[in-house]
Unconditional design. Structure first.
Length: 239
């Protein structure tokens, strides 16, 4: 469960988030929409503790995330983010990239690390490229490695940041299929930041739309297309 109240953040003198409030029940898939630069990714990074808000509160599963505590630290370890550009380490093999979060969480049994890493790669159909370097992979394959790295430690919250941006239509469908599969497992809360609305109904129940740092829609996906807001209507028409 994520509870955000009156979140405000200023960076370099510019208001990035302005009065954002929402409540998300566990295991409810959410999509965050909005034009480029609207504050979508900054919102998620603030929730995960990468930015400290000027005002407001954030709690996950009842834990105050703005207090430096062991509890908040443990919650963050149960969250994973799949970055837009995959953010793989170029000098590490695919296997090393995927297994890294386990070492960061102090796993020390090699057989366990090997088993979990190969299991995560199998989930995205990439166990055969475990010893290759990221530079040897296509853009879509690198995205899938990023997904495997997020899945390897069984997080309860997974955030996808523009997961299909820059991909060709066939690869886009493939990545969306993996995201839908993760959502259908019903054991994680999946949040997707996206411009792509082609599969929106399959990846979310709830939608938040952000415009210039303000939340102008927070509701069910089925309600989105009935909104009178001109920006939302243009977004749906042109996305």
């Amino acid at each position: 469960m994520i509870d955000v109240k009156d979140l405000n953040l200023t960076l370099n003198g510019k208001d990035i988030l302005q009065g954002i409030s929402f409540h998300l029940e566990a295991k409810t898939p959410l999509a965050i929409l909005g034009k480029s630069g609207s504050g979508k990714t900054v919102l998620i990074k603030t929730i995960l503790g990468l930015f400290v808000p000027d005002r407001g509160s954030i709690s996950i599963d009842g834990v105050n995330m703005l207090v430096d505590s062991a509890e908040a630290d443990q919650i963050r370890k149960r969250c994973a983010m799949v970055f837009q550009n995959a953010a793989l380490l170029d000098s590490y093999t695919v296997y090393q990239n995927v297994s890294l979060p386990l070492y960061e969480r102090h796993a020390n049994e090699e057989s366990f690390i090997r088993s979990k890493s190969m299991e995560a790669l199998a989930l995205v159909g990439l166990e055969s490229v475990a010893e290759q370097l990221p530079a040897e992979l296509s853009g879509g394959m690198r995205k899938r490695v990023g997904i495997a790295r997020a899945l390897v430690y069984d997080p309860e919250y997974i955030i996808f940041d523009e997961p299909v941006s820059g991909l060709d239509p066939i690869t886009r469908q493939e990545i969306m299929r993996y995201i839908i599969g993760i959502i259908n497992l019903h054991n994680r809360t999946v949040i997707t930041i996206t411009h792509d609305i082609g599969e929106l109904g399959s990846i979310c129940e709830r939608v938040i739309y952000i415009s210039a740092g303000r939340m102008i829609f927070n509701g069910m996906y089925s309600e989105l297309e009935h909104q009178d807001n001109e920006e939302i209507r243009n977004f749906l028409r042109n996305a």
